[in-house]
Design a protein around this ligand. Structure first.
Ligand code: IMP
Ligand code: MG
Length: 183
């Protein structure tokens, strides 16, 4: 991890040490909350429900991988790429690629890393709803609570900062960090 350098030439871990970045959720916080979410979701479905989780790439890949491994019911995994972000400013448009072929007539949970303006998740829900799934819910690790989108499963109510780590990126960097920090 230490080899990954920021623009300032030092690692994010070092930036946190120097008080230039702030640790928001550490590895333990995330692990504990992911397990709670997995238990909650597992209690709402049975093995016969044919649950499909659709992860929004790339941000939710790490979260979804940890989440499904803590669940006590079988789950199928699909991915969808929805892009709306450039740097720290939203471009305001959502483009979709790699649409899943299988999940229709299934119970679906869309898995997102973070809900900010709500644009991405709103567009994704609209897109998936058109396929008439048996049921459709949203699970997001983080919600900045800036939109009127209400996700059924929320990991943390996040501060309105720019967050990196555990899947969240800044220009495709820092996704690999095992914690979430604010920069
Ligand atoms: P929304 O469409 O404004 O709700 O933004 C959702 C998407 O923007 C997420 O899937 C993230 O990829 C990205 N995003 C929003 N806030 C952050 C942040 O604080 N850090 C990194 N990515 C973010
Ligand atoms: Mg994203």
């Amino acid at each position: 991890m230490m080899w990954y350098r920021s623009e300032l030439g030092i690692s994010v871990t070092e930036l946190i040490k120097q008080g230039l970045a702030r640790m928001v959720y550490d590895e333990e916080d995330i692990k504990k909350r992911v397990k709670e979410l997995a238990d909650e979701i597992s209690s709402h479905y049975t093995a016969d429900d044919q649950l499909v989780m659709i992860g929004l790439l790339k941000g939710s890949a790490i979260f979804m991988a940890d989440l499904v491994r803590q669940m006590s019911i079988p789950v199928e995994m699909e991915y969808l790429k929805a892009s709306s972000y450039k740097g720290t400013m939203s471009t305001g448009k959502v483009r979709f690629s790699c649409m899943p072929e299988q999940p229709w007539n299934r119970n679906v949970i869309i898995v997102e890393d973070i809900i900010d303006s709500g644009l991405t998740i709103t567009a994704t829900l609209e897109r998936i709803r058109a396929y008439r799934p048996k049921s459709l819910e949203v699970c997001t690790l983080l919600d900045k609570n800036l939109s009127d989108v209400s996700a059924k499963y929320v990991g943390f109510n996040a501060p309105n900062d720019f967050l990196i780590g555990y899947g969240l990126d800044h220009n495709d960097r820092y996704r690999h960090l095992p914690y979430i920090a604010s920069i």
